[in-house]
Design a protein around this ligand. Structure first.
Ligand code: ATP
Ligand code: MG
Length: 683
């Protein structure tokens, strides 16, 4: 393009990157390990194309997050002076939305259609079920709208017949999948009629548009002379089909790393990468093995993780280091997860005193609940932090629901918490909840019963709508069980056996505690009504169950239920409501999934133990390879320092649970890391 400032492509790229950036028109696949400059290659490719005369509007840049598209186009703007607003860049969903809006009528909508968020889609789906089959909702053994919708979404994203996915995922449902298929068809009609799209429609309608309208397809094929796709390993079938259609003239460059595929649970299919050359004949494959991000020590460690993959199904490669030597990754073995939190706190302060900014340190973990004890410790130490992966633990709906149980048990006059619980029951809203509460208050006053026991009185039950009666019954039984546990524990004095070994003593103390309140109270709650309720309510109930199990461990730190409830309020107040100052130096906490594509000077990885990473669920299901890739993604985020923390015990639903050493670490050569044993040290 005329008037662009010169860019010294040769000097700013290595040979492999340069070859990819300047490759001739045609399909190209850049397969490269973590931190080898894939994203950088795509950025320079955009600049290169502009230098070759392409216009910004000829280019379509698809990335995993809008943030990464923004960053890449800002870099292009720096390199070429062309404002990023002139490009089409973003996630598949954001681009799909633009294209559907421009061709709304052909896509089956009016141009002013609105997009439903997840909650709204679920509400609409519930409405549809209610309208088509009232009895279905009433039968509480049937899956709820979010669960059905999640399976439907999976079928759409993987382009599989919905009946197959229903049969596979909801095989426990009575009466076969036909009914569910009917609901989905009615849901489709309702969205069309109301002129709305759900999230998946942004891809599905886009694909339909291309498949059913040859002129539109032709228009976009011509329009997007150059397709660039980052993080290609995590695309699903639906996305890959859209790309294949648009890139019929093979003007595509896809960039990815099969070893970093971490979204198969959402339908990502790394076959998309493996089969790319067959689908796009004449594909030039570029591989880049030089890693610019990490020290040689960190890379040797990362390479070792992959070296022990049982069968290399993808493209095998090892990362080559160019940076100067640094310090080896260190594995800190610790007694339990609470000792882990203490040691992490101490190491952060140590690094901070040595001159590292807090913002350079990122704490990664496999699942949200694994950061709970650390959040407490950071509050205690006064270390400011932000959680960059979604909600704070105590803001999660299911955690709040369980806390509402605890609040009611602790203070039966906490009507806000009671109302929250009652509103979880079918057909009960705040007004009905209020009636039930008033009836229980009357019984409690006239019969001298406690509020919890009053809930089970026939005159209170009368106020409960018929459809909610079973749930109400189960809920009140659970509350009573929780209360009884506390009353019994108060009667029993607790003796902690003296022990000479620090480690054994700590374990015994924890076991003793867990058999008492409030950890036991939390366990009774989770095993009661709410535990079964979440299975019908949330498609990701397994993850949520795990969070709740983590809550038992958290509760084990407290001797008194009141302290636990108060601490949660304080923890939330200190960490979630306080808006960070823009310039404040803060530590970052995030899940491994959310750290994808990013890089940080210092990485602490928590919970490196079987049961935490890999997660118990993956071990039970016999497929730990995605967990290995997560381990790889986590470690390859680190530029200079990588600390791993390996607890030997976790406090969980089963009490003080021994953890086996992380199987991935066990396989690796001990030469590639240092071991620091803190398991028997007092911190
Ligand atoms: P990931 O697999 O994590 O997505 P990636 O392959 O996309 O990583 P980039 O994020 O593009 O890698 O690059 C990693 C780091 O290396 C960045 O800081 C980038 O600027 C730097 N880098 C890449 N190539 C070069 C190069 N030729 N010269 C100097 N620095 C480079
Ligand atoms: Mg990248």
């Amino acid at each position: 393009m005329h008037g662009l400032p010169p860019v010294d492509f040769r000097a700013e790229l290595n040979d492999e990157q340069y070859a990819a950036v300047t490759s001739p028109r045609g399909p190209a696949l850049v397969l490269a390990g973590a931190g080898s400059g894939k994203t950088r290659t795509l950025t320079y490719r955009v600049a290169w194309l502009l230098h070759q005369g392409a216009k910004p509007w000829d280019i379509l840049l698809l990335t995993f997050t809008n943030k990464s598209a923004k960053e890449m186009l800002e870099r292009v703007e720096d390199l070429t002076g062309i404002p990023r607003g002139q490009f089409w860049g973003g996630t598949f969903h954001s681009i799909g939305q633009r294209i559907i809006r421009r061709n709304a009528v052909d896509a089956g909508r009016n141009p002013d259609f609105t997009i439903l968020d997840q909650k709204e889609s679920e509400q609409l789906f519930s409405e549809i079920i209610k309208q088509s089959d009232g009895a279905f909702i009433k039968d509480k053994t049937n899956p709820k709208a979010p669960v059905i919708l999640d399976a439907y979404s999976h079928s759409r994203n993987t382009l599989r017949p919905m009946a197959d996915v229903f049969a596979e995922r909801l095989d426990w449902m009575k009466g076969g999948p036909e009914k569910l298929v009917g609901f989905c068809n009615a849901y489709e009609a309702a969205k069309k009629e109301r002129n709305v799209c759900d999230f998946d429609d942004l891809l599905v309608l886009w694909l339909n548009l291309l498949e059913n309208n040859p002129t539109i397809l032709e228009h976009y094929r011509r329009r997007f002379q150059h397709l660039l796709v980052d993080e290609f390993q995590d695309t699903n079938r639906l996305q890959s089909r859209i790309i294949d259609l648009l890139a019929s003239e093979h003007q595509i460059m896809a960039v990815g790393d099969d070893a970093q595929c971490i979204y198969t649970w959402r339908g990502a299919d790394w076959e998309n990468i493996v089969a790319f050359p067959q689908r796009h004949p004449g594909t030039q494959i570029h591989s880049i093995d030089t890693n610019y991000r990490s020290t040689p020590e960190i890379l040797a460690f990362a390479n070792e993780i992959l070296a022990h993959r049982p069968k290399v199904e993808g493209f095998d490669r090892r990362l080559k280091a160019v940076r100067h030597r640094g310090i080896p990754p260190t594995v800190f073995t610790v007694g339990d997860t609470s000792q882990q939190a203490k040691l992490v706190g101490r190491k952060i302060l140590q690094l901070h005193n040595e001159g590292h900014a807090l913002a350079d340190i990122h704490i990664l973990y496999r699942a949200h609940y694994q950061s709970l004890e650390l959040q407490m410790e950071l509050n205690a130490l006064g270390i400011p932090f932000v959680i960059t992966s979604g909600h704070k633990f105590f803001d999660l709906i299911h955690v709040k629901d369980v806390l509402a149980h605890l609040r009611v048990i602790h203070n039966p006059q906490d009507y806000v918490a009671l109302s929250r619980l009652l509103c979880l029951l079918p057909k009960i809203g705040p007004v009905a909840a209020d009636k039930i509460t008033k009836a229980a208050q009357a019984v409690a006053a006239s019969e001298g019963r406690g509020m919890i026991r009053a809930l089970r009185h026939p005159s209170v039950l009368q106020k409960v709508t018929e459809v909610a009666k079973d749930d109400f019954n189960d809920l009140t039984i659970t509350l009573e069980d929780m209360l009884e546990g506390i009353e019994n524990a108060k009667k029993k004095p607790v003796a902690v056996a003296p022990s000479s070994d620090l480690f054994t003593a700590a374990r015994e103390k924890h076991e003793e505690k867990i058999s008492r309140t409030p950890a036991e109270t939390v366990r009774v709650c989770i095993e009661g009504w709410y535990g079964s309720h979440i299975k019908t309510l949330f498609p990701d109930w397994k993850d949520r169950e795990q969070d709740l199990t983590g809550l038992i461990g958290f509760a084990a730190k407290f001797e008194d239920l009141g302290d636990l409830v108060a601490q949660v309020v304080l923890l939330n107040g200190e960490s979630s409501d306080k808006k960070p100052e823009p310039d404040q130096d803060m530590l970052r906490l995030t899940t491994i999934h959310q750290s994808k594509g990013l890089e940080f000077p210092v990485v602490f990885l928590l919970g490196v133990a079987d049961g935490l990473l890999p997660l118990t669920r993956a071990i039970d299901e016999g497929d730990v390879e995605e967990e290995r890739r997560l381990f790889y993604v986590a470690c390859t985020r680190a530029e200079n320092i990588l600390y791993l923390f390996a607890p030997r015990f976790a406090i969980s639903g089963e009490g003080y649970r021994p953890l086996d050493p992380c199987r991935f670490l066990e396989e690796m050569s001990p030469d590639c890391f240092e071991l620091a044993d803190y398991a028997h040290r007092r911190l």
